[in-house]
Design a protein around this ligand. Structure first.
Ligand code: NDP
Length: 451
């Protein structure tokens, strides 16, 4: 039977756009539907606007430090609406580039919601319907907020980019990437921030020592962090929000941000009706080639809930095209993925945590905690923490963890070494770059501990 498209992509985010473009470049006829704005979570309401906010909020700390270096800095004030307008213009510009790139590659883009009507049938909210040889689900995820009294008074990470005014006091719920990043962003912008996390320590799943160090540093910078507690209810009263905790404690704030995870966006897509197996949380179940239980339907990115990061979705999109359109099966290796949490200070991490490595075999830990040079004149007590997790038998560096200025940039290069299988001796024979913070990574001679 004839097909209108060789590939129809549902979702115009990082994974979907990359797959659509590279598939079209092979000569395939490609259609793509996006119901909101082209660029997806990363560009429109995730990584990119978040990073702009990280830059904006970092100035308050820089102004303070500047005084220590002899600058006479007058009282500085942050103008949220002025920043927001600039940020919005930049996001619109990037969205335009995404559209232009799709167009240039020959992808037919539809501003519409698409649903499946069968293994090869796609229906758009415009009423059009198409037959496609392959369908790629790249619909990403959406913020999850638990059901509790007054939750309608809270906002999610989708809404925070469009705040009308900067609140005086904010309460952030959650201990993951988004909660920690926005607690720091708002704090840097001059908001009085309280963060509540139900678990023992923020950033569950990350290296334990690093989590403790980061939590301390965030508190030092002014985030009022409370762990082991959760919200019971939120009430609106006298123009403020009253947040009652499950231990009876009360917080009065102007804004409540829920950052309690994201869920795959699969509801109402017609996936189950088309025979696609979904996991319990709604993610599309896929094999190593990103193929679902229906052979014509593939899925990449957050909707598959593997490693929910933009560069991973892009890799998965490109690997799908290699596999399906270039007869060159490529499976993405999810085992070593460097990432950065853009807290203040930043946290970069790649490979195994000390806890996971210790469970796998004997290890050596090399770590250094120090006040970086710029903090001394600035009068800041904040310390950088760098840590290498080394396999005692193979000598391979299994994990690198860094908290400090520029950690996100440093971890990218550490990621190359870990991906290549570098040993501790490879790090040792690498000549230091002086004077930098990163030189500590190649000058740690004696293990801090073994396990
Ligand atoms: P995470 O899964 O990282 O964190 C969710 C947090 O919410 C956890 O602390 C979790 O607690 C808590 N939580 C979950 N459910 C509830 C509940 N019902 N009540 C109270 N607390 C709850 O999700 P995020 O939303 O922070 O981020 C989503 C994903 O986006 C990340 O996993 C990451 O992959 C990606 N991301 C990456 C960034 C980067 O690379 N810099 C930045 C932002 C997002 P518990 O630990 O107890 O489960």
């Amino acid at each position: 039977m004839a097909f209108d498209y060789d590939l129809f992509v549902i979702g115009g985010g990082s994974g979907g756009v990359r797959a659509a473009r590279v598939a079209a470049e092979t000569g395939a006829r490609v259609g793509l539907a996006e119901e909101y704005r082209m660029g997806g979570t990363c560009v429109i309401r995730g990584c990119v606007p978040k990073k702009l906010m990280v830059f904006a909020s970092g100035f308050s700390h820089a102004f303070e430090d500047a005084r220590g270096f002899g600058w006479d800095v007058a009282e500085a004030a942050f103008d949220w609406p002025a920043f927001r307008a600039k940020k919005d213009a930049e996001i619109a510009r990037l969205e335009g580039i995404y559209r232009a790139n799709l167009d240039r590659a020959g992808v037919e883009a539809f501003d519409a919601r698409a649903t499946l009507a069968g293994p090869h049938e796609v229906t758009l909210s415009t009423g059009q319907s198409f037959r496609a040889r392959h369908v790629l689900i790249a619909t990403g995820g959406a913020p999850f907020m638990p059901d509790l009294p007054g939750i309608e008074h809270a906002i999610s990470s989708n809404d925070i980019f469009d705040m009308e005014v900067l609140p005086g006091r904010a309460l952030v719920v959650g201990g993951g990437f988004i909660a920690c990043e926005f607690a720091c962003i708002l704090n840097g912008m001059g908001v009085a921030v309280t963060q509540l996390y139900r678990g023992e320590q923020i950033l569950r799943g990350f290296d334990g020592e690093m989590r403790g160090h980061l939590a301390e540093a965030m508190c030092e910078r002014g985030v009022d962090l409370h762990v082991g507690t959760d919200v019971e209810r939120i009430d609106k009263a006298d123009g403020a929000l009253r947040v009652t905790r499950n231990d009876g404690h009360l917080h009065e704030v102007d804004l409540v941000l829920y950052a309690t995870g994201r869920r795959p966006s699969t509801a109402g897509l017609g996936l189950e009706e088309a025979g696609v197996d979904l996991a319990r949380g709604g993610a599309v179940k896929v094999d190593e080639w990103s193929q679902s239980s229906v052979p014509s339907i593939y899925a990449v990115g957050d909707v598959t809930d593997r490693v929910n990061l933009t560069p991973v979705a892009i890799r998965e999109g490109a690997a799908f095209v290699e596999t399906v359109f270039k007869a060159n099966p490529v499976a993405v290796d999810h085992s070593v993925v460097a990432s950065a949490v853009f807290t203040q200070p930043e946290f970069g991490t790649v490979g195994m945590t000390e806890e996971a490595a210790r469970d796998a075999g004997p290890i050596e830990i090399y770590s250094a905690a120090f006040r970086p040079m710029q903090n001394i004149l600035a009068g800041s007590e904040e310390r950088v923490l760098m840590k290498l997790v080394v396999c005692a038998e193979t000598r391979r560096v299994l994990g690198v963890h860094i908290i400090g200025p520029g950690a996100g940039e440093m971890i990218q290069l550490a990621g190359v070494a870990v991906t290549m299988g570098a040993t501790k001796e490879d790090f040792d024979r690498t000549v230091a770059v002086h004077p930098t913070m990163a030189e500590e990574l190649v000058t740690m001679k004696t293990p801090t501990r073994t396990a």
